[in-house]
Design a protein around this ligand. Structure first.
Ligand code: PEP
Ligand code: MG
Length: 889
C-alpha cells in the first residue's frame, strides 16, 4: 500500500486511492484532482491518513517505508520545480499542512517556508533578488516552526518583533528593512537557544520530519479533540500531511494571497466572493491580522471600501481566477472554497473544497443549482444537511422593535441572539452552565476559544474578516456572529469594553444580529421564522420523495400549531403528564398521588377530569382530524411530589389534612430508582382510576370535537412502559370499557385505536405476543436506550461524555440511536410485531425521531412514521426524504 502520493508537475493522478479523502484527506484528494484537470497546483506530495494512524498507534515512530517514500517524493518536487531541498545556492522551500478527511478549520498545524537555514536564506536572497523577502521568510519560518514544532510560546517572538519595530520607530511590519529582519532572525535564534538549550535546527531534513511529526501529533491536540467531539468526527481517522513547493504571495506588489468562494457563502447568491491581500502570505488572511480587501469591484463598491479589489488591481490574475472558479464549479458541481496565491503575477491554486455555508446559503444554492441544471432535484435534497436547517428555524429580530445600536461589524453568521457579555471562553462556559445566555466578545477568536463559542448564544469580535476563525467556526456551529467590529475595544483587566462612545461591562446584556452585523444594547425582541422561499421549495421537493410520515411530540395547543406550521402530519406523542405541571393543577395531582386510598384519589381525579378534557379538545381542534397519539400517564411520580415545606403546607391547607401526615405519606412513596419504579403502565395497573379518568377525558373530548363538524377525531390511546402482554390486555380492556361507557352516555362514538410503546427490552423481544393486543407500536427509544444500555437517563450526563471521547459510543446514544445494540431490539420488535399483525402501525417517538442518522435507520427497518419535537419537524421531513433516496440507491 502506498504511503505517499505525488501531485503536480508530471505526476500521474489517476489512482483512485489518491482521490479518496479517507486516504489522502480532503486537501490532498482535491489537490490531486485539481492537478489532474490541469489547474496550476504547486507540485507536492501527500502522506496518507493511514500513516498518521500508524504513527500515533506505534508511539510516534515513522516506518522505514515512509522515510523512503518521502525521500522519493521530495525528488519529484525537486524535479518539477528545478530546485533542490537544502541547496544553499537555489533552495527549494516547502509548506507542510495537515488535511483530514473533513475540514477542521484552524484545528491542526501548518508550517510554511520550510527549508530555510543560515545558508539557504542567502541563496533565496540571491535568486529572488530580494534580500528583505528572504530574511522576512526566514523570520516567519523560525516563528512558525518554533511555535508549531518546538512548542515555544508564540508571544516571545511577537514581543521581539514589537521591540525591533519600536527601536526603529516603525508602526508596521512592512517598514522593517532587510538588515532589521536579519538582526531579528538572530534575535529569534537566541530565543530558541535560550528556551530549549539547543540551537534552531539547520538540517532541512530534520526540519521536514519535525514538521510532519507535529502535524501528526496535532491530530490528538486538545483543541482538535474538542472540535471532533462537537462535530462527531471519529478519533481514529487521522490526518494526512501535504508537503508542497512554496509559492510566495509576499514577493512584492505583483504578488498576493487570498481565499474565495465561487458563490456567496452567507446568502448563497451566485456571485464570486472573497478576500485577498497584496504582498502577504496565506495565513495573514485567515488569521485576521490585516484587514483584507474585496475580491470583486462590485463588492468593494457595495461596501464603500477604498482599497482596490483584485479585479481592479490585478485584472489578469483575476481573470484567470474567475476562469478557474467556473471550471471548479462545473467539475465538482458544488460551491467551492478556494485558497490561492499569486506569485509575481502568476496564479497558483493551493486548495479547493466544497465550501462551508450558512443554512440559508445551502438552501439557496441547492435550489438554484437544481434550477440551473447543474444538479438534479434529488441531489438538491441530498445537498442540505438537515441539522443545518436548525439555523433557519431560529428567531430573527422583530423589525418593529426599537433598538439602540451600539456599533456594527461584518454579518459573519446569521441569526439574532441576546445575552450577557462575557470576555473569555472559560467564563462563557461557566456562565452557560449556570443556564445563563451569554455573548462571547473577543478581539478575535482562536481555536482555544472553541468551547466558549459553543457555550455562547452569539459571538462578537473586534477584528477579522468574513473568513476569520470566528466567522468560519460560528457559521459551522450555527451561532450568530458579528466579526471585525472595529469600534469594539476590550479592557480585559477591568472586564469592560467600549463600543464606540459607550462603556459596557461583563454581564451587561447586548443583542447581535448576525445577518446585518449590528450590535445593540439590551435585549431586542425576536420573531419566529417561517418556512417560505427556498426553504419551502426544498422541503416541498423532499415531501415528494419521502416514504415515512412525520409527526410531532407535542402537548400544548401552541406546540401543535408550531408543529403543523412546520408540516407535522399528526401527533406521535402527547405526554399527558406534561399537562399536569400547571400551577393550577399541580395541587390536584399531588392530592391524587398522596391520597391514602382509592376514594381520595378519585376525588382528586374528579378535579383533573375537566381540565384534561379541555386540553384534549383544544389539541384535537388544532390538529383538525390528523392522527393524535395520546399517551396515558407515564412518569415517575416523584417528579410531582412536593419537596419544599411551603409546598407541603399549601397542599395540607388545600386538602384540610395534617402536614406531617402528608410528609409521612411522601416518605412512604419514596423510590430509590424512580425511572425503574412505579411509573408507566404500572400506575394504571395499580391505580386503574387514573387511566380511567384520562381515557374518559380523551373520549369525551373526541366525541365533542367530532360533533362540532370538521374532520372526525380518531384518537390513538397509547399505554407506556409495557413489558408483558398481560399488562396491555388489562389496560386495553379498561380503555375499551371506558370508551363504551362514554359513547353510551354521550349517544355518539368515534373510531379509535389502542396501542403501546415499545420501550423495554422485554417488550421488544415479546413483540409478537404484545401485538395481539396492540394496533400500533411506538418505539420509546429514550427508555429503550436507558434500559438496554443500563444507563440512567438522569445520570448519564456525568459520564457519557467521556465514553464518547474514548470512542466507546460514537455519539451520545440518547441523541443518536445506538443502531448496533438498541437498533437490533427495534428490528426484532418490527419483525415479530408484523408477523402477528401485518398491518400494525409502527412509529418512533423517542428523541431519536428528530435525529437524521436515526431517521435513516427507521427508514431501513420500514417504520411508518417518525415523531419529533416541533422545531425538528422540518429536519425530520428532509432527513426522511434523504433516507428514502439513499435507500433507493
Ligand atoms: C421514550 O421513552 O422514548 C419516550 C418517548 O417517552 P419518555 O421520554 O416520555 O419516557
Ligand atoms: Mg418513555
Amino acid at each position: 500500500m502506498k504511503t505517499v502520493y505525488t501531485f503536480g508537475g508530471d505526476a500521474p493522478h489517476d489512482e483512485s486511492r489518491q482521490k479518496d479523502k479517507t486516504v489522502t484527506g480532503g486537501k490532498g484528494a482535491n489537490l490531486a484532482e485539481m492537478a489532474g484537470i490541469g489547474l496550476p497546483v504547486p507540485p507536492g506530495f501527500t502522506i496518507t491518513t493511514e500513516e498518521c494512524v500508524r504513527y500515533l498507534q506505534e508511539g510516534a515512530d515513522f516506518s522505514d517505508q515512509l522515510r523512503a517514500d518521502v525521500a522519493n517524493a521530495l525528488t519529484h518536487i525537486e524535479g518539477a520545480v528545478g530546485k533542490r531541498f537544502g541547496d544553499a545556492a537555489d533552495p527549494l522551500l516547502v509548506s507542510v499542512r495537515s488535511g483530514a478527511r473533513v475540514s477542521m478549520p484552524g484545528m491542526m498545524d501548518t508550517v510554511l517556508n520550510l527549508g530555510l537555514n543560515d545558508a539557504t536564506v542567502q541563496g533565496l536572497a540571491a535568486t529572488s533578488g530580494d534580500p528583505r523577502f528572504a530574511w522576512d521568510s526566514y523570520r516567519r519560518f523560525i516563528q512558525m516552526y518554533s511555535d508549531v514544532v518546538l512548542g515555544l510560546d508564540h508571544g516571545l517572538f511577537e514581543e521581539a518583533l514589537e521591540i525591533a519595530k519600536e527601536d526603529k520607530g516603525y508602526f508596521t511590519d512592512t517598514e522593517l528593512e532587510s538588515e532589521d529582519l536579519e538582526a531579528l532572525v538572530g534575535e529569534y535564534k537566541s530565543i530558541v537557544a535560550n528556551e530549549l538549550g539547543n540551537s534552531f535546527p539547520q538540517d532541512v531534513t530534520e526540519q521536514l520530519w519535525g514538521a510532519i511529526a507535529a502535524v501528526f501529533d496535532s491530530w490528538d491536540s486538545e483543541r482538535a479533540k474538542v472540535y471532533r467531539r462537537l462535530n462527531a468526527i471519529p478519533g481514529d481517522w487521522g490526518t494526512a500531511v501535504n508537503v508542497q513547493a512554496m509559492v510566495f504571495g509576499n514577493m512584492g506588489n505583483s504578488s498576493a494571497t487570498g481565499v474565495a468562494f465561487t458563490r456567496d457563502p452567507s446568502t448563497g447568491e451566485r456571485s464570486y466572493y472573497g478576500e485577498w491581500l497584496v504582498n502577504a502570505q496565506g495565513e495573514d488572511v485567515v488569521a485576521g491580522i490585516r484587514t483584507p480587501q474585496y475580491l470583486t469591484k462590485a463588492r468593494r463598491e457595495a461596501a464603500g471600501a477604498e482599497l482596490p479589489s483584485m479585479e481592479e488591481a490585478m485584472p489578469k490574475a483575476y481573470g484567470e481566477l474567475a476562469r478557474v472558479f467556473d471550471l471548479l464549479e462545473a467539475h465538482y458541481r458544488d460551491m467551492q472554497d478556494i485558497e490561492f496565491t499569486v506569485q509575481q503575477g502568476k496564479l497558483w491554486m493551493l486548495q479547493t473544497r466544497s465550501g462551508k455555508r450558512t443554512a440559508k446559503a445551502a438552501l439557496k444554492m441547492a435550489v438554484d443549482m437544481a434550477g440551473e441544471g447543474l444538479i438534479s432535484e434529488e441531489e438538491a435534497i441530498l445537498r442540505v444537511d438537515p441539522m443545518a436547517l436548525d439555523q433557519l428555524l431560529h428567531p430573527t429580530l422583530d423589525p418593529d422593535a426599537p433598538r439602540d445600536v451600539l456599533g456594527e461589524g461584518l454579518p459573519a453568521s446569521p441569526g439574532a441572539a441576546s445575552g450577557k457579555i462575557v470576555l473569555d471562553a472559560d467564563t462563557a462556559e461557566l456562565w452557560a452552565n449556570r443556564e445563563e445566555e451569554v455573548i462571547l466578545v473577543r478581539v478575535e477568536t482562536s481555536p482555544e476559544d472553541i468551547h466558549g463559542m459553543h457555550a455562547a448564544k452569539g459571538i462578537l469580535t473586534a477584528r477579522g474578516g468574513m473568513t476569520s476563525h470566528a466567522a468560519v467556526v460560528a457559521r459551522g456551529m450555527g451561532r450568530p456572529c458579528v466579526s471585525g467590529a472595529s469600534a469594539v475595544s476590550i479592557n480585559l483587566a477591568e472586564r469592560t469594553l467600549r463600543i464606540g462612545q459607550r462603556e459596557l461591562k461583563e454581564g451587561d446584556v447586548i443583542t447581535l444580529d448576525g445577518s446585518t452585523g449590528k450590535v445593540m444594547a439590551g435585549r431586542v425582541p425576536t420573531i419566529e421564522p417561517e418556512l417560505a422561499g427556498d426553504f419551502g421549495t426544498l422541503i416541498g421537493w423532499a415531501d415528494k420523495y419521502r416514504r415515512m410520515g412525520v409527526r410531532t411530540n407535542a402537548e400544548t395547543p401552541e406546540d401543535c400549531r408550531t408543529a403543523r406550521q412546520f408540516g407535522a402530519e399528526g401527533i406521535g406523542l402527547c405526554r399527558t403528564e406534561h399537562m399536569f405541571f400547571d400551577a393550577g393543577r399541580i395541587s390536584a395531582v399531588r392530592a391524587m398521588i398522596l391520597a391514602d386510598d382509592e376514594a381520595g384519589r378519585r376525588a382528586a381525579l374528579e378535579r383533573l377530569l375537566p381540565e384534561q378534557r379541555g386540553d384534549f379538545a383544544e389539541i384535537f381542534r388544532t390538529m383538525a382530524g390528523l392522527p393524535c397519539t395520546i399517551r396515558l400517564l407515564d412518569p415517575p411520580l416523584h417528579e410531582f411530589m412536593p419537596t419544599r415545606d411551603a409546598e407541603f403546607a399549601d397542599l395540607a391547607d388545600d386538602l384540610g389534612v395534617d402536614i406531617e401526615h402528608l410528609k409521612r405519606r411522601a416518605a412512604e412513596l419514596h423510590e430509590f430508582n424512580p425511572m425503574l419504579g412505579h411509573r408507566g403502565c404500572r400506575l394504571g395497573i395499580t391505580f386503574p382510576e387514573i387511566y380511567e379518568m384520562q381515557a374518559r377525558a380523551i373520549f369525551e373530548a373526541a366525541v365533542a370535537v367530532t360533533g362540532e363538524g370538521g374532520e372526525p377525531v380518531v384518537p390513538e390511546v397509547m399505554i407506556p412502559l409495557v413489558a408483558t402482554k398481560k399488562e396491555l390486555e388489562i389496560l386495553r380492556a379498561l380503555v375499551v370499557r371506558t370508551a363504551n361507557t362514554v359513547f353510551e352516555e354521550m349517544g355518539a362514538s368515534v373510531d379509535y385505536l389502542t396501542g403501546t410503546m415499545i420501550e423495554l427490552p422485554r417488550a421488544a423481544l415479546m413483540a409478537g405476543e404484545i401485538a395481539e393486543e396492540a394496533r400500533f407500536f411506538s418505539f420509546g427509544t429514550n427508555d429503550l436506550t436507558q434500559t438496554a444500555l443500563g444507563v440512567s437517563r438522569d445520570d448519564a450526563g456525568r459520564f457519557l461524555g467521556s465514553y464518547v471521547d474514548q470512542g466507546i459510543y460514537e455519539r451520545d446514544p440518547f441523541v443518536s440511536l445506538d443502531i448496533d445494540g438498541v437498533g437490533q431490539l427495534v428490528e426484532i420488535a418490527v419483525e415479530r410485531g408484523r408477523a402477528t399483525r401485518p398491518d400494525i402501525k409502527l412509529g418512533i417517538c423517542g428523541e431519536h425521531g428528530g435525529d437524521p442518522e436515526s431517521i435513516a435507520f427507521c427508514e431501513k427497518v420500514g417504520l411508518d412514521y417518525v415523531s419529533a419535537s416541533p422545531y425538528r419537524v422540518p429536519i425530520a421531513r428532509l432527513a426522511a426524504a434523504q433516507a428514502a433516496l439513499k435507500a433507493k440507491g
